[in-house]
Design a protein around this ligand. Sequence first.
Ligand code: SAM
Ligand code: DTB
Ligand code: SF4
Length: 324
Amino acid sequence: MRYDWTIDEIEALFELPFNDLMFRAQQAHRAHFDANEVQLSTLLSIKTGGCPEDCKYCPQSSRYNTDVESELLMKKEEVMRAARIARDKGASRFCMGAAWREPKGRAFELVLDMIREVKAMGMEACATLGMLTPEQAAKLKEAGLDYYNHNLDTDPEYYREIISTRSYEDRLDTLKHVRAEGMSVCCGGIVGMGETVRNRAGMIAQLARMNPHPESVPINMLVRVEGTPMEDLDDLDNFEFIRTIAVARITMPASHVRLSAGREVMSEEMQALCFLAGANSIFYGEKLLTTGNQDAENDRALFAKLGIRPEERPTPSSRRLASA
Ligand code: SAM
Ligand code: DTB
Ligand code: SF4
């Protein structure tokens, strides 16, 4: 495994002829995974809107006038109902998202409770709650959290154009705290925000130089939401997105690369090319946090056409022992 990728090397991957890039991505994918398996994660926004941060892409920032209303933290019973439905539909991981700069006070304790219950249901638990202190990371670990999602979003240069309320270093610090507790890291970014190929290569370099690599790397296609400063950006060429997935696959060959936001408007053929480029995880269920996603029914139909199987959730150790 390599952890010394330079931006130039990564940019050179982006510039390969498309067929060569796809071939390299398939080689990397098949060396580490069953190429016909895709992991399914279901998202739920447990605390929506009213966020004090100014991320220019985000419909949940209180600074922009979008259709998203600010809501209170959801009740645990409602969250568990959603988790049960996700599990019964075949998701192996349940990801809870909160529109916070950072978790605080009693709300954080309530989220810890939710994590314990998701674990008791036999699912993997993931959360994305903003910046963490080392103490908060320890409490999440103790509650049984498997993955923490915290994205870099873009490279350090372009980051300055996108977010002013927290620094790139703040993000790296949170990731360090998650790692120090032994939780798995879910960390990726957004493509289609007006960045250059060099910025994209810089973002992948940040991720691929982490040792160990993030276990899960979500690649989001920007969802241009009305009312955000990014609503009128131009379409990104689909091949640029597919190339980003392939480059993530080649540089982080043993990580799950997730075809994340933006899938709602992607054709079946586009998604199939993303899987061919090495994507082996998706968000499954009709909603992301506040925006739409493909219906589960469409996903099942596409999987049947492509011969893709959902990845089994890991058997909890207690059950494994009982059946041994
Ligand atoms: N507030 C927490 C934070 O920012 O870390 C957690 C939730 S935040 C919505 C999680 C991630 O969603 C962001 O880092 C960003 O990568 C992604 N995201 C938000 N809005 C998006 C959009 N319009 N299109 C694509 N990805 C988006
Ligand atoms: C990630 O990388 N993408 C997800 C998840 N991690 C939390 C969020 C996508 C959000 C898309 C916009 C919305 O639905 O609000
Ligand atoms: Fe808040 Fe997260 Fe949206 Fe940024 S991405 S505005 S921190 S919810």
